[in-house]
Design a protein around this ligand. Structure first.
Ligand SMILES: Cc1cc2nc3c(=O)[nH]c(=O)nc-3n(C[C@H](O)[C@H](O)[C@H](O)COP(=O)(O)OP(=O)(O)OC[C@H]3O[C@@H](n4cnc5c(N)ncnc54)[C@H](O)[C@@H]3O)c2cc1C
Length: 383
């Protein structure tokens, strides 16, 4: 007797969603119907937004139409997920529902400048295509003055991205000959850059900031943004151009699923990526995975990708009746752009005990070219 194809719903067509859907289809072919539910009409490769910000990419070079996934026989349903009923194995969308046999939640993390008073009105950020374009225009018209880069709160996507933002802006102002007429200050609530990656990586990034005369202010959280100043630790910090990495929060729809942990993010078994609902997996930024040192696994594409591979393998094995489970091991690699056509590399084991073991390779041209090659590979291979 042949079993009917299983329906696997993948919520979110970002980095995790694309990888898990593609892998499931490659692995199971006609034995599964794989449906991505995604609200955005097209996909933008987030790491490249930082290059767009400094005029090194055009939107069309880093954006892809979802119809490309159809070539792999992955269905894409353009809709907003409004409810996830794990009892009935049903997804609710604006105007329809979808029943699933297996579900992968890959809805990412939402950023919302309006959660910090004044940030939406007065500050820029490079965290989505429209905002990165506005920041690019503001930087292109900047002829010198005070630039403040501030991280609103934790967690945020990509531990390196705010620091890359500051250093890429530095490089861009140098190219334009206006760096001498400018100051750049970087504020973060963190004790040092990328603390989850450990002191070696943190002090290495701090040294790169110092080498570029970017003044680093640790343990400094903004409470509001006004027209000409950001209030940070109770003091007014004046600026001519403010870049505020916006607050992030879990997608609203997951709160009512019963799948979240104390952090408000989806709780998973960190090895198998299973949630507490047996046929539901969660991957990427939507998850909250505690580490041995009490911090959370960073919200980064490299982990969304690695987790997607494991979740796809585990669902495929279950459909095939194989009870062994593949395990995500917490390893990750991240290119860190430092401007001037150079990049560094952070690589390590984030599940190591008692704290992540992360090596930091000093900046050079090689790692920048590595990041460019990775971007090209990603956009060709996955979407
Ligand atoms: C500027 C910037 C630079 C970055 N650089 C790097 C880097 O160099 N390296 C790295 O590893 N990571 C980097 N990241 C982080 C990386 O982009 C994310 O960690 C990664 O995209 C997470 O993948 P995901 O699949 O969990 O979520 P996402 O890729 O965010 O995908 C989530 C998807 O779900 C969709 N969605 C959300 N809610 C709904 C809903 N209710 N209904 C339907 N669809 C919905 C969204 O539209 C989105 O497409 C960067 C991020 C930014 C913003």
């Amino acid at each position: 007797m042949t079993t009917p194809p299983q329906t696997i719903a993948v919520l979110g067509g970002g980095i995790g969603g694309q990888v898990v859907a593609t892998r499931l289809k490659e692995r199971l072919q006609g034995r599964a119907r794989v449906v991505i539910v995604e609200r955005a009409p097209s996909y933008t490769f987030s790491p490249s937004l930082l290059w767009l910000m400094v005029g090194k990419r055009q939107p069309e070079a880093i954006t892809r139409d979802y119809s490309r996934l159809l070539r792999r026989d992955v269905e894409v349903l353009h809709a907003t997920v409004t409810g996830i009923d794990t009892e009935q194995s049903t997804i609710h969308m604006d105007a329809s529902t979808l029943r699933y046999d297996y579900l992968v939640i890959a809805l990412g993390a939402e950023h919302d400048p309006s959660l910090l008073p004044g940030a939406a009105e007065y500050a820029h950020h490079p965290y989505d295509l429209a905002a990165a374009g506005r920041l690019r225009d503001a930087l292109a018209g900047f002829s010198g003055g005070r630039i403040v880069v501030s991280i609103a709160s934790l967690p945020y996507r990509c531990p390196a991205a705010p620091y890359e933002t500051a250093m890429l802006i530095d490089g861009y102002l140098r190219e334009r000959g206006v760096r001498e007429a400018s100051t750049i200050d970087m504020y973060t609530p963190e004790p040092l850059p990328m603390p989850v990656a450990g002191p070696h990586a943190g002090y290495s990034v701090a040294a790169e900031l110092a080498a570029r005369s970017i003044t680093f202010h640790a343990r400094s959280a903004p409470t509001s943004v006004e027209r000409q100043a950001i209030t940070i630790n109770g003091e007014a910090v004046p600026y001519d151009l403010a870049v505020v990495i916006p607050p992030h929060r879990p997608p609203a729809v997951i709160a009512a699923t019963g799948l979240t942990g104390a952090s408000g993010w989806v709780a998973v078994d960190r090895a198998s990526l299973r949630t507490r609902a047996g046929n539901v997996y969660a991957i990427g930024d939507v998850t909250g995975i505690p580490l041995e040192n009490g911090m959370m696994l960073p919200k980064a594409g490299v982990f969304a990708h690695g987790e997607a591979e494991v979740a796809a393998e585990n669902i495929a094995r279950r459909i095939e009746g194989d009870l062994r489970e593949a395990e995500f091991d917490g390893h990750g690699t991240c290119f860190v752009e430092v401007g001037g056509g150079k990049g560094a590399l952070a690589r390590g084991d984030f599940f190591a005990s008692p704290s992540p073991q992360v090596a930091f390779q000093r900046p050079g041209r090689t790692w920048h070219l590595g990041k460019v090659a990775f971007e090209q590979y990603w956009l060709r291979r996955w979407v």
